[in-house]
Design a binder for this molecule. Structure first.
Ligand code: SF4
Length: 254
């Protein structure tokens, strides 16, 4: 099945998170995730579905149903219909897109050859082995660190550090995003930052984004003074700590 994958939705939109906030992207949201973050805002992508929703014209939000699984050649045709040239990049997201690494290895070379726009990976940052299979095709890597105190996904520290070692030593521009809530334990944030610093010693300009959770499922963001205090403390470890909320929610974009 290396040429076939289950996909949740494909559409054109602005990137709402992280340092590239505001750029226009084609989003390919892959189905299936092996995590269950307490704040997950894409529950429709956690499992395989019979159909994939495909936007018919960029930004118009008219969707047609396409049968799953989708062939890599068909995905290239769908991307073509969304006018890739007007987009900054292709966002491969999910779900956890690296679970589909065999498909990506088949799809990405053809996509890059045809459209010549960058590829932006959004990942839970816990699949280092799978990352190595596709890293040569990636231009941007937005990796999550899931803190046990607030994501409730268990202990992923070693996987995160292995993932970061691989991405930081690649040609892809990498940053770390940490979603924080009013349950976040500052000791975990400090531990994460110290280890990010030691792993990325060759590139100490790595950006770390503290992303206050958008309230969901009784999960609330931290108070303003708390998160500003965290930023002040963490800047002593790494200089580029930014606080960036999910901006696409302000315009009711999915
Ligand atoms: S990694 Fe992403 S898709 Fe998976 S559960 Fe967490 S937020 Fe949802």
């Amino acid at each position: 099945m290396k040429n076939l994958s289950y996909i949740s939705e494909i559409y054109s939109a602005v990137q709402g998170e992280g340092p590239l906030v505001g750029v226009r992207q084609i989003f390919v949201r892959f189905s299936v995730c092996d995590l269950r973050c307490v704040w997950c805002d894409t529950p429709g992508s956690l499992n395989k579905t019979k159909v994939c929703l495909v936007e018919q014209s960029p930004g118009k939000r008219e969707f047609k149903k396409n049968n799953n699984p989708v062939h890599s050649d068909e995905l290239i045709k769908i991307c073509s219909s969304l006018d890739p040239i007007m987009h900054h990049s292709l966002s491969i997201t999910g779900g956890e897109p690296l679970l589909q690494w065999k498909f990506l290895k088949s799809f990405l070379p053809g996509f890059k050859n045809r459209f010549n726009i960058p590829v932006y990976l959004e990942s839970g940052g816990h699949k280092p082995n799978e990352l190595t299979k596709v890293i040569e095709y990636l231009d941007f890597i937005s990796m999550d660190f899931k803190l046990p105190s607030s994501a409730y996904c268990g202990d992923l520290w070693d996987k995160h550090f292995d993932f970061l070692k691989i991405s930081i030593n690649s040609n892809a521009k990498t940053w770390v995003k940490i979603v924080v809530s009013n349950k976040t334990d500052f000791n975990e944030l400090e531990y994460a930052l110290k280890n990010i610093k030691s792993v990325s010693v060759s590139k100490n300009d790595i950006q770390v984004i503290l992303q206050p959770v958008t309230a969901i499922n009784n999960v609330q963001p931290p108070d303003e003074t708390i998160i500003l205090g965290w930023q002040s403390s963490l800047i002593g470890i790494l200089p580029d700590i930014r606080i960036i909320p999910q901006t696409h929610k302000f315009i009711n974009q999915k």
